[in-house]
Ligand binder design. Structure first.
Ligand SMILES: *Cc1c(COP(=O)(O)O)cnc(C)c1O
Length: 231
């Protein structure tokens, strides 16, 4: 995660000719490479202050914002007060067929809709996608806790296995863990119908979500245990 001091240090000097002019700070919550960790409101406020001091915009890539809200109990309204724009993703943990939505103040959204049109992204038919997103807001937010609980269970199990070197702290629905031979573990999983993402440097990533059922969960736990027996 990024601190206010790091943001301040990364601002380019006011050299109009030789460097890019720093204008926008983008944060991600929850963090992907940070293993699904959640920022505190306090860190956001400190970064907002740096942005105000240097007249920078502040954007949140909140693809997994719902996970952060469920895990921390933070107030979504506070996010609206701190960030100029927030993008949220309905097609991951929220389970809709597609849909990333950008939110922000009216004037910024007006500009954003023009840019979207210029880039060919304007569609008249988005009502179907909006309906799915509304359904997800009504039915798929509270259940994210189940994903978090399953991710924690996977993390606890992995910690006990001999081929696992390290498990990152599990806060939400991501489990990042380091193994002795990641290609071998991936191949073992693949032939057993579990496809895992490779994060590089010996690290693998598991994600729990709406379509990951209790039946899948039991099978995955057994799969990892069996590999331990094979060794
Ligand atoms: C998935 C993801 C996106 C993009 O979402 P799309 O719906 O594919 O546009 C953006 N940011 C983060 C951090 C993501 O994980």
């Amino acid at each position: 995660m990024v601190t206010a001091a790091q943001v301040e240090a990364a601002i380019n000097p006011p050299d109009f000719y030789h460097s890019a002019l720093t204008s926008l700070v983008c944060l991600e919550n929850t963090t992907n490479k940070g293993g699904g960790a959640c920022y505190t409101m306090n860190t956001f406020k400190e970064i907002r202050k740096v942005c105000d001091d240097h007249k920078l915009g502040l954007h949140l890539d909140g693809a997994r914002l719902w996970n952060a809200l469920v895990a921390t109990g933070q107030d979504p309204k506070e996010y609206g007060e701190i960030f100029d724009t927030i993008s949220v993703c309905f097609s991951k943990g929220m389970g809709t067929p597609l849909g990333t939505v950008l939110t922000g103040k009216k004037e910024i959204m007006k500009k954003a809709m023009r840019v979207r049109k210029i880039l060919g992204g304007g569609m008249r038919q988005v009502g179907y996608m909006a309906a799915a997103a509304i359904y997800a807001l009504d039915h798929h937010v509270d259940r994210l806790k189940q994903d978090h609980d399953r991710a924690k269970e996977l993390g606890e199990l992995l910690k006990t296995l001999p081929y696992v070197i390290k498990v990152e702290k599990v806060e939400t629905n991501l489990v990042i863990f380091e193994v002795v031979d990641e290609l071998q573990v991936m191949e073992y999983c693949r032939v057993n119908n579990l496809i895992i993402s490779n994060m590089g440097q010996g690290k693998l990533r598991l994600v729990t979500h709406l379509d990951y059922t209790q039946k899948d969960h039991v099978a995955v736990i057994q799969l990892f245990k069996n590999y331990a027996i094979q060794l």
